[in-house]
Design a protein around this ligand. Structure first.
Ligand code: UD1
Length: 433
């Protein structure tokens, strides 16, 4: 088992290139199976969640041709099964997109219930409601399998009770091959919703309004092949911006869409960072102790819940008292106990965390409870005095490509070391001491 060993105290300086958006990739890869022609997807992030979904796609018989690390060609013409029972699929959230995609294409799908990070109850009632409104019968079967089946799918008016990224994408997927028009109201507006819609349109779908809260999907008879490049990852970019701020660094975060980062940039400016925007990059400079602020996570364009742990880590070292309100997931503060072991002063009450900024954090042996919390604990390790040893790094690898390599290139002292490799640990300590 691998762990990150981090020696804190170095400012991050330099440039980092952001990869394709994981959460867009999951919807796009599922959508790709809906054509019976080759679909070439570029700027694919090479992260575990994406690779698990690709294995599942080839497991149902589609041709998956990995051209290079960031490019894949998929052809759904050879799909033999609509039953996705791949062992690992249960561990990733994006597995449920195969339900929408296969239901749309074959009017039938069976997928093992999705997993993903344990950050709340994460119900899928809105997905179910959407599929049922299109005419499907949806059942949860023994062994945690969801099945959906329809004689024919027919467009309908669907009002989502909660703004859900997953349900919006899933209903878009299923409805683009349904008869007539589907209207999704109270739709999520995240950048990856727009990216999945643009991708499906490039395959011949007719989706309008993605990025607003009303999406209109006019069903088409079939989808064709396409070549598509995935947008940059908003959360990877935001994580490096906050890492620059936390370490009092100066980092140019390249290959981003600055508009997608507005909520994050605004908070950084508010607490005293300099944020400079260019066409496809942002530079974050912090050269003094940062101030406090309040943050409430909200659906896009609000502050992303996937950045909540990282900003908490940053504010743990800022001056004064900050309040974080988590309004999307009910169980997203598990990492606070780990930050407390490093000396942070944070009290959690329900969905709120009250942070009293401290002067410094101290390295400790800690554990990543989930993907984004893991990234936040790395940020804490980068600023802490001494060594931090973080285990459960596989969570981080689900969503960050070459995380420690990118941080090392910016000057951080971080290395992934096997938990039993005492020699490698001593070698690293010698190198950085
Ligand atoms: C997606 C992202 C995740 C991100 C989240 C919010 C992927 C693979 N994951 O997760 O990284 O944190 O969006 O931006 O893209 N809800 C229901 N019923 C449903 C569906 C959702 O009540 O059927 C609730 C959830 O419990 C949550 C809220 O709606 O409180 C938002 O969830 P949703 O946007 O669906 O998140 P995910 O798609 O799971």
């Amino acid at each position: 088992m691998d762990q990150y060993v981090i020696k804190g105290g170095k400012p991050l300086v330099g440039e980092v290139v952001i990869g394709g958006a994981k959460n867009a990739a999951l919807g796009i890869l599922a959508g790709a199976v809906m054509a019976d022609e080759p679909v070439l997807i570029e700027n694919l992030p090479d992260v575990c969640d994406v690779n698990v979904l690709l294995d599942a796609i080839s497991g149902i018989g589609a041709i998956v041709d990995r051209i290079d690390r960031h490019t894949v060609k998929i052809n759904g013409r050879t799909i033999k099964s609509v039953y996705v029972d791949y062992e690992y699929i249960k561990k990733i959230r994006g597995s449920y997109y195969l339900l929408g995609a296969l239901l749309g294409k074959y009017k039938e799908a069976k997928v093992a219930l999705p997993g993903g990070c344990n950050i709340g109850s994460r119900p899928i009632d809105q997905h179910k409601k959407g599929f049922e409104a299109l005419g499907a019968k949806v059942k949860i079967e023994q062994g945690g399998i969801i099945s959906a089946k329809a004689d024919c799918l027919k467009g309908n008016h669907i009002y989502l009770d909660v703004v859900s990224v997953g349900a919006t994408i899933n209903i878009m997927l299923a409805s683009c091959l349904a008869e007539e028009t589907t209207i999704i109201e109270n739709a999520a507006k995240e950048p990856h919703i727009v990216d999945v819609a643009n991708f499906l349109n490039s395959m011949g779908a007719n989706i309008k309004g993605a990025g607003t809260d009303v999406i209109r999907v006019k069903g088409v008879g079939k989808l064709h092949g396409s070549t598509y490049s995935i947008i940059p990852d908003q959360i990877e970019a935001g994580t490096f911006m906050l890492a620059a701020a936390a370490t009092k660094g100066d980092v140019l975060v390249k290959n981003v869409i600055p508009k997608h980062l507005d909520a994050i940039s605004a908070k950084l400016v508010e607490i005293g960072c300099e944020v400079e925007e260019f066409d496809d990059s942002v530079r974050v400079v912090a050269n003094k102790r940062l101030g406090h602020t309040n943050v409430k996570t909200l659906p896009y364009p609000g502050f992303p819940t996937d950045m909540q742990p990282q900003i908490t880590a940053l504010l743990a070292l800022s001056d004064g008292t900050s309040v974080i309100t988590e309004s999307i997931f009910e169980n997203r503060f598990k990492y606070v106990a780990e930050l407390a072991r490093m000396g942070a002063d944070i009290k959690v009450e329900g969905n709120m965390a009250v942070i009293n900024g401290v002067d410094n954090l101290m390295g400790a042996a800690i554990s990543a409870p989930d993907l984004r919390a893991g990234a936040a604990l790395v940020l804490a390790g980068l600023v802490a005095e001494g060594y931090t040893i973080l285990d459960q790094v596989t969570y981080i690898e689900r969503g960050y490509e070459l995380f420690e390599e990118k941080l090392t290139a910016l000057g951080a002292s971080i290395k992934k070391i096997d938990i039993n490799d005492e020699r490698e640990l001593q070698k690293f300590k010698l190198q950085v001491s």
